[in-house]
Design a protein around this ligand. Structure first.
Ligand code: HEM
Length: 176
């Protein structure tokens, strides 16, 4: 009986018109990547090193332990790759601009490690607002960061000093 009632509905159902631009119909604006940086646009915000969320280390020993800017770049790229491949947290990164993330995360790490960069990204609260990440997600990310630093040969003591700079940010990063 239910099947009989469904037949007229199936007959009435039409295939979607392939010529309709559904984004335009629903007012979805196309996001266009910058032709030079490859990044998607973000809402305007005030740029400041204070957005990095921690003061830089004094001296150049931490930068040296990370093998300078090239080493920091490798750690960040590896961290992003591990996060994107990590079934625990990959979904949180899906659909976000990883081109921008690689750049801003590099700047943040480089600034905090006193390796000669300014941070131009958003503050931690603004950039993680609405992501819904929890303590377990933070733990997963820290594990991936430890793996990336380990692969770069960063000594344990330096890894822990760096992690202790990031730990206080978790209040702004995870969902309240
Ligand atoms: C202390 C730990 C963390 C630090 C230092 C950090 C750092 C950053 C930085 C610098 C940005 C880019 C800001 C910008 O582009 O303006 C960012 C964005 C992002 N972070 Fe984190 N993060 C942390 C933890 C996490 C965790 C635990 C997750 C989820 C598992 C996460 C997911 C994301 C995502 C998805 C974005 C992109 C947001 C967007 O495109 O709007 N982060 N993070």
């Amino acid at each position: 009986m239910l099947l009989l009632a469904a037949i007229p509905l199936l007959v009435l159902q039409q295939a979607p018109d392939p010529d309709v631009d559904w984004d335009a119909e629903f007012g979805v604006e196309a996001e266009i990547r910058d032709s030079i940086t490859g990044e998607l646009p973000v809402e305007p915000y005030d740029r400041s090193n204070a957005n990095a969320g921690a003061a830089p280390f004094a001296g150049d020993s931490m930068a040296a332990h990370f093998n300078g800017q090239p080493g920091i770049r490798r750690v960040v790229d590896r961290l992003v790759d591990l996060n994107l491949a990590d079934p625990r947290i990959a979904a949180i990164f899906a659909g976000h601009d990883t081109v921008r993330l690689r750049r801003t995360l590099f700047e943040q790490f480089c600034y905090i490690l006193n390796a000669g960069c300014d941070y131009t990204g958003r503050d931690m609260r603004a950039s993680h607002d609405g992501l819904g990440s929890r303590k377990g997600d933070m733990n997963a990310l820290v594990e991936n960061l430890q793996a990336a630093m380990g692969e770069e040969g960063v000594p344990f003591a330096a890894q822990n000093r760096f992690l202790s700079k990031l730990a206080p940010m978790s209040g702004d990063v995870i969902e309240r």
